[in-house]
Design a protein around this ligand. Structure first.
Ligand SMILES: NC(=O)C1=CN([C@@H]2O[C@H](COP(=O)(O)OP(=O)(O)OC[C@H]3O[C@@H](n4cnc5c(N)ncnc54)[C@H](O)[C@@H]3O)[C@@H](O)[C@H]2O)[C@H](O)CC1
Ligand SMILES: [K+]
Length: 501
């Protein structure tokens, strides 16, 4: 797990690295700037392109000055640095780097307080105006300049953080923030980069390591973590010799109605493909032929009209309920029955989440460790309207702790909120997976992993990672625009095998 740090914690990591390595702060700035340039020159190979580097007078600006000097050393000759003198203060490392740059032939100009004639001409803008030191919304001169730059059609590459962007707090609705094509950020992604609010300001984000102390980073007290491949590799267990279907549990998927049987088929298929020893689908009579013909591996338990089937609860090592289920009174009865009879964690998705939203008292009665998998709208129906994802993440954290459940808030970087107050961000998945039915696959996978005796936390972490990874393996190498849910289900055994290997 990569602990994700706030701007203040990154400053502390900086100070710790400087003291412990030891390295001077200007040398750390040099290392960061070289890391930036290392990525930049690989991506922008035409050295004739004109580049303007906008430098504030803090350490982000100091980076900008060092970057300009190093780009010059790499043979970029068409370089201009604009020093933005909107503040009277300047950091020591900024001053040192200004002296170093003045000793080169890179052209340096200044923009002073109150100036409005910015006259931007270059092919590429490097934004080193403000970085993680932002402590209030942009106003006055800064706001004017950023609004001006936002109107241009020029490629913008930000150093560390786009100017005006909040790394780890609620972003004010009307904030002025620089829109960047690429943000090359130092050491690790900033927390808000993983939330949809970053979408309009960061088209693409690249992380370059600058050698901050790993020891410090891993000892930091933070609720935010990025899930990495290695974490999942450690969770997944290979299938053993002499094992049989009983070893891998029996999952029950309660899903589908006449018009939405597909959801039940997809969830059941994913459950079987993710390795449950046995999968039973609790479906309406109308879906039986479809189930038998498309998924002969899956057994059926029929829900007849309003009549509920007698379920031998003990037989099942896990239950997933919700995909395509509808919200009729008999499905509410089913949910009530589960809560009454089944004491192990349950996976609750889609319409079953909506049933909980309509019957909130049931939230307090869910088996400990149960897993809710809402998308944004379902989440807001459950826990109230939220203005932004920062608020949603904080609410998920509070509710997961209060209710002793896992909340899987689905998104680009799906967030897993745990009863222990952690917020894990998943790092796999891609926009080709944004199609109906993809959530049903996820429910099937998590239910399957629970059936195989993974803990709810392991089932969430691994299930979400595998789901996204399978989609990545299908979409990314082939540059596919769309990946369909059934393809993801079919890919699961290969994805899991690669992770276990
Ligand atoms: N540890 C690292 O990751 C390293 C980071 N480096 C770079 O340093 C910046 C952060 O530098 P800092 O001097 O702390 O802040 P900024 O340059 O972002 O801002 C300067 C200064 O501006 C003032 N300010 C804040 N908000 C506003 C505002 N809205 N309007 C006007 N003025 C504002 C405030 O006083 C700030 O202190 C980081 O992003 C990296 O680029 C190192 O170079 C390498 C190690
Ligand atoms: K910046």
């Amino acid at each position: 797990m990569l602990p994700l740090l706030t701007a203040k914690q990154i400053r502390d990591a900086d100070a710790y690295t400087i003291a412990k390595e030891p390295i001077s702060s200007v040398d750390l700035m040099e290392r960061a700037s070289k890391a930036f340039v290392g990525w930049f020159v690989n991506h922008f190979q035409d050295k004739q392109q004109s580049i303007t580097v906008y430098c504030g007078t803090g350490n982000n600006g100091g980076d900008g000055l060092a970057i300009a000097r190093i780009l010059g050393e790499h043979g970029f000759k068409n370089l201009t640095v604009k020093v933005i003198r909107f503040s009277d203060k300047a950091s020591n490392d900024f001053k040192t780097n200004l002296e170093r740059l003045q000793a080169t032939d890179v052209k340096i100009t200044e923009i002073n307080k109150g100036e409005t004639d910015f006259n931007q001409q270059a092919d590429i803008i490097i934004d080193a105006l403000l970085g993680s030191g932002l402590n209030k919304p942009l106003a006055g001169d800064y706001k004017n300049l950023v609004e001006y730059l936002n109107k241009l059609d020029t490629t913008v590459v930000a150093v560390d953080v786009p100017t005006g962007f909040y790394t780890d707090a609620e972003i004010p609705k009307d904030a002025t923030i620089l829109k960047t094509d690429i943000t090359i950020t130092f050491q690790q992604p900033k927390i808000n980069f993983l939330l949809p609010e970053s979408g309009p300001y960061i088209d693409c984000c690249e992380v370059v390591k600058i050698g901050l102390s790993e020891e410090f980073i891993h000892a930091v007290d933070t609720p935010y973590y990025l899930v990495e491949r290695e974490d999942i590799r450690k969770i997944l267990k290979p299938r053993k010799r002499f094992s049989n279907k009983g070893t891998y549990g029996h999952a029950l998927i309660i899903a589908g109605k006449d018009e939405t049987m597909g959801a039940a088929l997809l969830a059941s298929s994913a459950c079987a493909h993710a390795g449950a020893g046995l999968t039973t689908a609790c479906i309406p009579q109308s879906g039986l032929i479809a189930l038998n013909s498309s998924m002969p591996e899956v057994m059926a338990l029929i829900r007849k009209d309003e009549e509920l089937p007698a379920i031998a609860w003990d037989k099942f090592s896990s239950i997933g309920i919700g995909p395509g289920l509808g919200k009729s009174t008999d499905t509410l009865q089913l949910l009530n029955d589960i809560i009454e009879h089944y004491k192990k964690p349950v996976v609750i998705d889609a319409d079953a989440v909506n049933l909980l939203a309509d019957n909130k008292q049931l939230l307090n009665e869910l088996p400990t460790g149960s897993i809710l998998t809402p998308h944004m709208k379902e989440f807001d129906r459950l826990f109230g309207q939220h203005e932004n994802w920062w608020q949603r993440a904080q609410k998920a954290k509070a509710k997961a702790e209060e209710l002793a459940i896992y909340i899987v808030l689905k998104n680009d970087y799906t967030i897993i909120a745990t009863p222990a107050g952690k917020l894990y961000f998943n790092s796999t998945g891609n926009p080709a997976m944004a199609t109906g039915g993809m959530g049903d696959i996820l429910t099937g996978i998590i239910t399957s992993l629970l059936a195989q005796h993974y803990t709810p936390e392991q089932a969430c972490l691994a299930g979400i990672y595998i789901h996204g990874k399978a989609g990545d393996e299908l979409a990314l190498p082939n540059r596919l625009n769309v990946v369909l849910p059934q393809q993801v289900a079919n890919q699961l055994p290969a994805t899991m095998a690669k992770l276990i290997a």
